[in-house]
Design a protein around this ligand. Structure first.
Ligand code: AHR
Length: 637
């Protein structure tokens, strides 16, 4: 676990000047006073977003909807991983990696299937069980493709089938004919009939004649979010959309850096047709196919109306290796400039034209570029100069871009500083005032990774309370904290898939669920507004937190209350002089115990419950139950 704390300068948050906060010190009735007609500060319009990288099978075996595991047929000492020989009846065949033949320079190897004996009654070939199963739904069409070639002997058409693991029942099947002797891509469709949704299935490719068949990039996609080709899993995208994220920080995290210099996220190898993407090792100990590459990250932003926060590799990798600032670093700086051009350039620029060729003529919006990741790990002290070299080159060409530093630097003043916090709930309770005294004249703050790490594989109610307490502090200080993103976002909970426990959203091949922390994010992200009225808290217990924001457009006040104790908390809410509708909404997330949680089999144990809030008035008495996070929506007139 990486924990980082900065204490930066000393100044006073505007809400403190304006309203004056008295720390909660007892379990006596708390008094929250809101001066709805007085603005303390603005709320950052980009406060809540997503941080993501290839970890815990977030993309391959996660959000990226590809169903075939190891589609690029990589092999190790044990053979071609995830691919199993099929010998039906008395057929005979063998399989192995062919390092001398492949469909492209990037994928210049393949899976070779040598069939010595096969017939219609006893076909031979290979099967793939997907990422911990192949999820299938009734009456659904799946789009498949593969690259193949045959030897001169005619091994006949390839039959592709989806088969139920336990019964062996064929659930869908297609025949791909005309396989030639040269590498070519073939497409197929598989349609299921009536069936129970299940992930206990596999894909089989067989031939009915002796001969040799080579396969590469075997692919199968279910329907995707927005029907995007090479797109994302619908259930996970819907869960992310419900968070109302304003930005997506990508591609990492450690995934940006790689273990060694050679493993850096070289975005140019993640664009274009998949057959031209070699993939690369993830520092999280598995291969990334990069099927979800740079353009797919950007399309993901587009789909969920998020702005990209583009992290560019800055010449430091996790094993402690760095590129010397100066001429050695120049190629990486140029790569970052090219990458920015790929994202934002018009089609008459070199990389803008490349993006158009890849299918997206329209440039993407870009405001923030992050230089590296967690560069305080670089003990050589080179980050100051590396940052300055990127800063000068990027600002010279793109003066409006906001450049994020990942560690404090002295050479140039960064626009934004990225800080990371992985803490226990108790730490966040104590640190909820962390940014109250941050220097307002320093860089803006991006809390690019943070999480209460309690609960596995996903956080429990206690963690959600820690998160919510911390978020009240982020909101209160969102004049300086311009962005914040929980991390990690996603985890495949299947055995062996997870590298980092305590992740926001869990899933297997078929199902997904939100943790209590996820629902806290949904509640906060959906009720944020644009300004912060002057407010104060008096009394209340030591683990009672609040924040209040307002949407001027919607004429709504959002009061967030967090009671992280086992006792109910009484609160008097005062809105002197406010003209209020008598009814509002109350959204509550409650657990009976900090250990209470959601699981894949019990996904709705702790979910937000919305009720009508009656009796809204200038003064109202309210009670927050134990272990509860609430949003009160009050309507002004
Ligand atoms: O979120 C998991 C990891 O934590 C990130 O990859 C890294 O930036 C941080 O140390």
């Amino acid at each position: 676990m990486r924990t980082m704390r900065f204490v930066i300068g000393a100044a006073v948050a505007p809400w403190l000047c304006a309203g004056g906060l008295v720390a909660a010190q007892s379990t006596a009735t708390a008094v929250v006073t809101i001066h709805a007609d007085q603005t303390a500060s603005r709320v950052s319009p980009t406060l809540y977003g997503l941080m993501t990288e290839e970890i815990n099978h977030s993309y391959d075996g996660g959000l990226y909807a590809e169903l075939i595991s190891n589609p690029t047929v990589r092999a190790d000492w044990s053979g071609v991983n995830d691919w199993i020989l099929v010998e039906d009846g008395n057929s005979e065949a063998k399989i192995g990696k062919d390092s001398a033949s492949g469909p492209s320079a990037a994928l210049n190897w393949s899976l070779r299937v040598d069939v010595s004996h096969a017939s219609a009654a006893g076909a031979a070939g290979v099967l793939n069980g997907g990422y911990w199963g192949i999820p299938l739904h009734p009456n659904t069409t799946y789009d498949g493709s593969f690259y193949a070639r045959e030897d001169s002997a005619d091994v006949g058409p390839v039959t592709v089938s989806l088969v139920a693991n336990q019964s062996g029942k064929v659930l869908a099947s297609a025949v791909v004919s005309g396989i030639g002797t040269k590498w070519q891509q073939y497409r197929y469709k598989l349609k299921t009939g009536m069936m129970e949704p299940s992930k206990e299935n596999h894909l089989v490719l067989t031939v009915a004649h002796p001969g040799s068949l080579w396969l590469q990039l075997v692919s199968l996609f279910p329907p995707t979010y927005d029907d995007t080709p090479n797109g994302n899993r619908i259930d996970l995208m819907e869960k992310l959309a419900a968070m109302h994220p304003e930005f997506l920080r990508f591609p990492g995290g450690n995934f940006l850096e790689g273990d060694h210099l050679a493993d850096w996220y070289n975005w140019k190898k993640t664009i274009g047709p998949r057959v031209d993407r070699p993939g690369h090792p993830s520092p999280w100990r598995y291969w990334s196919t990069d099927g979800l590459g740079l353009l797919e990250f950007l399309e993901w932003c587009e789909d969920l109306h998020m702005q990209p926060v583009l992290a560019v590799y800055a010449g430091y990798s996790l094993a402690g290796e760095h590129v010397n600032p100066g001429p050695d670093l120049d190629p990486y700086v140029q790569s970052a400039l090219d990458e920015i051009e790929y994202v934002t350039g018009s089609t008459d620029t070199k990389w803008g034209a490349e993006r158009a060729k890849d299918g997206h003529a329209k440039p993407f919006p870009l405001t923030y570029v992050e230089i590296g990741n967690e560069d305080w790990f670089d003990r050589s002290g080179s980050y100051d100069q590396r940052y300055a070299q990127f800063y000068q080159a990027i600002k010279a060409k793109y003066p409006d871009l906001q450049l994020i530093a990942t560690a404090p630097v002295k050479g140039v003043k960064p626009d934004v500083l990225d800080e990371h916090y992985y803490l226990r709930a108790t730490d966040f309770f104590h640190d909820a005032t962390h940014y109250d005294k941050t220097d307002r004249n320093g860089p803006k703050i991006f809390v690019g990774e943070w999480a209460t790490r309690e609960g596995t594989p996903t956080p429990n109610m206690g963690a959600a309370l820690g998160d919510a307490a911390w978020m009240t502090g982020l909101e209160r200080n969102s004049d300086i904290v311009v962005m914040a993103s929980y991390a990690p976002l996603l985890v495949n909970i299947s055995p062996g898939a997870m590298q980092w426990d305590t992740d926001l959203i869990g899933y297997d091949a078929l199902r997904s669920y939100g943790s209590p922390s996820y629902y806290a994010q949904v509640m906060f992200g959906s009720h944020i507004g644009d300004t912060q009225p002057v407010s104060s808290l008096e009394g209340g217990g030591p683990r009672f937190f609040y924040s209040v924001t307002e949407s001027t457009a919607k004429k709504q006040i959002y009061l967030k209350l967090v009671n992280a104790t086992s006792d109910a908390q009484a609160v008097d809410i005062k809105l002197p002089g406010a003209a209020l509708a008598p009814e509002g909404q109350q959204i509550s997330l409650t657990g009976h115990d900090p250990e209470a949680t959601n699981t894949i089999d019990d996904p709705d144990a702790i979910v937000p419950v919305e009720t009508v809030l009656h009796g809204v008035a200038e003064t109202m008495h309210h009670r927050v139950p134990p272990y509860t996070i609430e949003v009160l929506v009050l309507h002004t007139r």
